[in-house]
Design a binder for this molecule. Structure first.
Ligand code: NAP
Length: 487
C-alpha cells in the first residue's frame, strides 16, 4: 500500500531552539523525511534560530550532521540532501533581548504560511510570543507550536495560556503532544469510528477494564535534576496518558473536526473522578547492584531526599453512562523491565460458557501497541486444531502497521513530522486546546496536593522489574492482573 502525500502550501517555518536536542533528534530529521516524501514545496524555507552565532552554511552543516546521526543510512541520499539543505537558513536571536529580531522580521516572508516552533524552555514562550508580535515578524494567521511541559499546575498553565493569548488567538496556538501524532493513536479513532464492529461493545457493559502502560527502560540520568521537579504524574500522566485515555473513552464527535474532537475529549476529562489515595501507587527505582551497578533515582536526581516518583500506577474512574463501573488502570515508569507502550481493552467474559474447557479460556483483548512495533492485536478464542475434543486456544488477529503498509517500518512518518505538517495545513485536531490542558491540570492538582499533604514517600522498586509490589496489588485486589510488560 503506497501512502498518499497530500501537498501543503509554501511556508516559512521558524524553529526557535534549532540548536537544541529536540530539533536535532526529531524536528529537523523529520522535516527532511517530509522533503523526501515530496511534501515540502520548493519555495518553502526552514529558518533555524537560537542565541548561538552561526551563518546559513554553518546551520546547514549542523543539520546534515543531525540527519546523518538520526536517520537510517538508507534514507540519506546525498543529492536530495543537498537540495533539502538549500531550504535551510539561520538567524540568531535572543528570546529575552532585542538582538536579531529586526533581522528575523526582515527575513521571514509575510505572504506565505508562517509557523513558529517554540522548541525552547517554556519560560521563554512568553518572551518569544511578545517579540514575534512586537517586531512585526508574525502575520495575522501565523501559527505557533509550543512544546511540553505546558505548565506544572493549573495556575501556571492558566498564566501561560493568558500570556500566549495576549498575542495569538486560540486558533493559532498548537500545543504539541507527540503521542497524538503516532500512527496507532490516530488509528484508535479510525478503528472506533470507521468500523461497526467495536463501537457497540465499547462501554461498561462489555469492557471489563482498560490498561494503559507506558514503560521505559531508561532512568532519568542526564536530566535527573530537571525531572525531579516534575515526576511521572506531571511528565506522563497529565498529558500523554490523559490524551490516550480521552481517545479511548470519548463519544463519537459529530465529525472529524478539530473542535468537535476536542470538545468530546474535554467532556471525558470533566467526567474523571477524583482519585482515592488507596488507588495510587508511586514508586522510585533503587540502585542496581552487582556486576554492572547503576545509580538509584535519588542519585540520578542528585537529591538524596527526593520524594519524586519515577513510577506511578493508578485506578481511574470515569463518571458517565458509558464507563460507569469500568476502571481505567494507568501505569508508567522509568527503568522497568522493557520499553513498551500499550493500551489494552480487556473485554468481559462471555455470559455463559458452553464449553467444558475452562482452562484454555481467556477474555478477548484488543491491544494497541504504541511502541515498539506500532500495531493492533485482537485476541480471540478458537478451537485448538486437530482431534482431541473441543479444546480452546487463544490466537491473535494481528495488524502491524509496518506490514500493512508494505514497508519495513522506516517509512511510517514519525509523530513530529506528521504533526508539523498538520500545523502547516492549519489542522488543530491532534493538538491540545487551552481548556483541555487546564481541565487536565484541574484533575491532577488535587491528587499531587494530596500526597504532598500526607508527606507520602514513593515505594522503592528494582530496576528491570514491573514496578513496586503494591502496583501489582492494585489490580489483584480487584481480581485482575496487569499485562506483562514486554517488547
Ligand atoms: P535544549 O537542548 O536545552 O535546547 C534549548 C534550545 O533553546 C537551544 O537551541 C538553545 O540554544 C535555545 N535557547 C536557550 N535560551 C535561549 C534564548 N534566551 N533565546 C533563544 N534561544 C535560546 O532543549 P530541548 O531538549 O531541545 O527541549 C526544547 C523544548 O522541547 C523544551 O520545552 C522541552 O521541554 C521540550 N521537549 C523536549 C524533548 C526532548 O526529547 N528533548 C521532548 C519533549 C519535549 P542557544 O543556547 O544557542 O540559545
Amino acid at each position: 500500500m503506497v501512502s498518499r502525500v497530500i501537498p501543503v502550501d509554501p511556508f516559512d517555518l521558524v524553529i526557535f531552539g534549532a540548536t537544541g536536542d529536540l530539533a536535532r533528534r526529531k524536528i529537523l530529521p523529520g522535516l527532511y523525511r517530509r522533503y523526501l516524501a515530496g511534501q515540502v514545496p520548493e519555495t518553502s524555507r526552514i529558518i533555524g534560530s537560537a542565541r548561538s552565532e552561526m551563518d546559513h552554511a554553518g546551520f546547514r552543516d549542523f543539520v546534515a550532521e543531525a540527519i546523518a546521526e538520526f536517520l537510517p543510512k538508507a534514507r540519506q541520499d546525498g543529492q536530495t540532501l543537498q537540495r533539502f539543505l538549500e531550504h535551510l537558513h539561520y538567524i540568531p536571536v535572543d528570546a529575552r533581548g532585542d538582538g536579531g529580531w529586526a533581522e528575523l522580521a526582515g527575513f521571514v516572508r509575510r505572504d506565505v504560511v508562517q509557523a513558529f516552533y517554540f522548541s525552547v524552555a517554556p519560560s521563554l514562550f512568553g518572551d518569544i510570543a511578545e517579540r514575534l508580535h512586537g517586531y512585526g515578524v508574525a502575520n495575522a494567521e501565523a501559527r505557533i507550536v509550543v512544546e511540553k511541559p505546558f505548565g506544572r499546575d493549573l495556575d501556571s498553565a492558566k498564566a501561560l495560556n493568558a500570556t500566549l493569548a495576549l498575542h495569538f488567538a486560540e486558533s493559532q496556538i498548537y500545543r504539541i503532544d507527540h503521542y497524538l501524532g503516532k500512527e496507532t493513536v490516530q488509528n484508535l479513532m479510525a478503528v472506533r469510528f470507521a468500523n461497526i464492529l467495536f463501537e457497540p461493545l465499547w462501554n461498561a457493559r462489555h469492557v471489563d477494564h482498560v490498561q494503559i502502560t507506558v514503560a521505559e527502560t531508561v532512568g532519568v540520568g542526564g536530566r535527573g535534576a530537571y525531572y525531579d521537579k516534575s515526576g511521572a504524574m506531571r511528565d506522563m500522566v497529565q498529558n500523554h496518558m490523559m490524551q490516550l485515555l480521552c481517545l479511548i473513552a470519548m463519544e463519537a464527535p459529530y465529525r472529524f473536526d478539530p473542535d468537535a474532537v476536542r470538545d468530546e475529549k474535554l467532556k471525558v476529562i470533566h467526567a474523571l473522578q477524583p482519585v482515592r489515595p488507596e488507588d495510587i501507587v508511586r514508586g522510585q527505582y533503587r540502585a542496581r547492584t552487582g556486576v554492572t551497578p547503576e545509580p538509584s533515582y535519588a542519585e540520578d536526581a542528585e537529591n538524596p531526599a527526593s520524594t519524586t516518583e519515577s513510577f506511578i500506577a493508578m485506578k481511574v474512574a470515569i463518571a458517565n453512562w458509558r464507563w460507569k463501573g469500568t476502571p481505567f488502570y494507568l501505569r508508567t515508569g522509568k527503568k522497568l523491565r522493557a520499553r513498551a507502550s500499550e493500551i489494552a481493552i480487556v473485554f468481559k467474559e462471555v455470559p455463559h460458557s458452553i464449553f467444558e474447557d475452562e482452562e484454555g479460556w481467556r477474555e478477548n483483548v484488543l491491544s494497541i501497541r504504541l511502541q515498539p512495533n506500532e500495531g493492533m492485536t485482537l485476541s480471540v478464542m478458537i478451537k485448538e486444531p486437530g482431534p482431541g475434543g473441543m479444546r480452546l486456544t487463544e490466537v491473535p488477529l494481528d495488524m502491524s502497521f509496518a506490514e500493512a503498509l508494505g514497508e519495513d517500518g522506516t517509512d511510517i512518518p514519525d509523530a513530529y513530522e506528521r504533526l508539523i505538517m498538520d500545523v502547516i495545513r492549519g489542522n488543530q485536531t491532534l493538538f491540545m486546546r487551552g481548556d483541555e490542558v487546564e481541565a487536565a491540570w484541574a484533575w491532577t492538582d488535587p491528587i499531587i496536593a494530596g500526597w504532598e499533604a500526607r508527606g507520602e514517600k514513593p515505594k522503592p522498586y528494582d530496576p528491570g522489574s514491573s514496578g513496586p509490589e503494591d502496583a501489582l496489588m492494585l489490580l489483584h485486589r480487584d481480581g485482575r492482573r496487569w499485562r506483562e510488560i514486554r517488547e
